[in-house]
Design a protein around this ligand. Structure first.
Ligand code: FES
Ligand code: FES
Length: 168
């Protein structure tokens, strides 16, 4: 089967892959460029573990055709930290014990990042809505919501740059 070349920015770096017709973005990321931070769960758009940002918008990578991402900018959980400096969301998830098995975490982080990027001062209801497509079987959601609200208090803090929260 003929392959199609696709080029995109992934966490700020140029990437090029050949994809099959109908291949989804999740497969292209995990097996094409080796970024396994977006997880494979249901493969049907119902669990949210594959959530990535495409041009800043959260998308389910399992339902996104890789070809449609040509020339676009993609963010995944592996790109959140800056070397040893964790992203505020990662720090807050750690401090609030918002990850147990961790399988939902990368998708949760990206859904939360999309929210905080557009609304750095969300309400609890805003957070709940933003992660409503992301299933967690471990935490009961409260620690996750608390972590995102805590990260929000950091997000626009002077000196945070809206990005990195130094490890303490
Ligand atoms: S793997 Fe994409 S929504 Fe479940
Ligand atoms: S921490 Fe286990 S599914 Fe969310």
């Amino acid at each position: 089967m003929a392959k199609t070349p696709v080029q995109f920015r992934l966490n700020g770096s140029d990437k090029a892959v050949f994809v099959d017709g109908g291949e989804n973005l999740l497969n292209a990321l995990r097996h094409g460029v080796g970024d396994t931070s977006p997880k494979y769960g249901c493969g049907q758009g119902t669990c949210g573990v594959c959530t990535v940002l495409v041009d800043g918008e959260p998308q389910l990578a399992c339902l996104t055709l890789a070809e449609t991402c040509n020339g676009r900018s993609i963010e995944t959980a592996i790109g959140l930290s800056d070397g040893p400096n964790l992203h505020p969301l990662q720090m807050a998830f750690m401090e609030h014990f918002a990850a147990q098995c961790g399988f939902c975490t990368s998708g949760m982080l990206m859904a939360a990042k999309a929210l905080l990027d557009r609304n750095p001062a969300p309400t609890r209801a805003d957070v709940a809505e933003a992660i409503s497509g992301n299933i967690c079987r471990c935490t009961g959601y409260e620690p996750i919501i608390n972590a995102i609200l805590d990260a929000a208090s950091w997000y626009g803090a002077p000196g945070s740059g809206g990005q990195s929260r130094a490890r303490v």
